[in-house]
Write a protein that binds this ligand. Sequence first.
Ligand code: CTP
Ligand code: MG
Length: 232
Amino acid sequence: MTYYALVPAAGSGSRMGESEPKQYLPLAGRPMIRHALATLCATPAIARVFVVLAPGDEHWPAAEMASLGPKLRVLHCGGGTRAQSVANGLRAMAGELGAIDHDWVLVHDAARPCLTVAMVEKLMAEVGEDDAGGLLAVPVADTLKRAGDGDRIRETVSRDRLWQAQTPQMFRHKLLLDALTAAPQVTDEAGAVEALGYAPRLVAADVSNLKVTYPLDLQLAEWILQNRGGGK
Ligand code: CTP
Ligand code: MG
């Protein structure tokens, strides 16, 4: 079994409100994106880690990334949406690697810096050889409300069997590229694969694998990384 990681990092981080894309903001002494890349490069089963940058990205700190070693490959083929960046990255990977139809690709957001090797290995172990693939996710803990007009509650939504999707999301290369080509409007890889009729496996993770979207998330991520006691 061969595993590759693909990290879409061509977004602008508009909800963060900084002039620099959020993946390059400082976090625990490093550019945010370096944390997830370091975890993926440190996962023994992962053969290569591809990062997808926006064409013309001037922020990529090449010198600071060199220490991640030879597994890391930089692609300059980001698209207008996350799904397009991932699809472009999948095509570029195949161009470099050749026949990888049945190999596994773990897609991981550059904006989830608190991923650990243990989380990645749990995902791989629980998905195993299941062609439907799978993803890290967390059962919803809060009570959910659907709003009607004027931010007033219209109804309470049962949280029974509801999960929040995270990344990595792992699928076989060909299946994922076919799925994203057929359903380019999706907001995660699993959504595209579901549309083909598959039922990807939900693998329980925890909220420490948060996505940094707003400024407060960056502070939470910093706290998590600093208080982990070195356990990557
Ligand atoms: N991403 C990408 N290509 C895009 C849009 C997003 O590769 N055209 C990446 C982001 O860089 C990020 C991941 O997809 O690593 C998750 O997206 P999100 O958290 O929404 O990041 P941004 O789109 O950059 O942020 P915002 O939506 O606030 O602008
Ligand atoms: Mg976005």
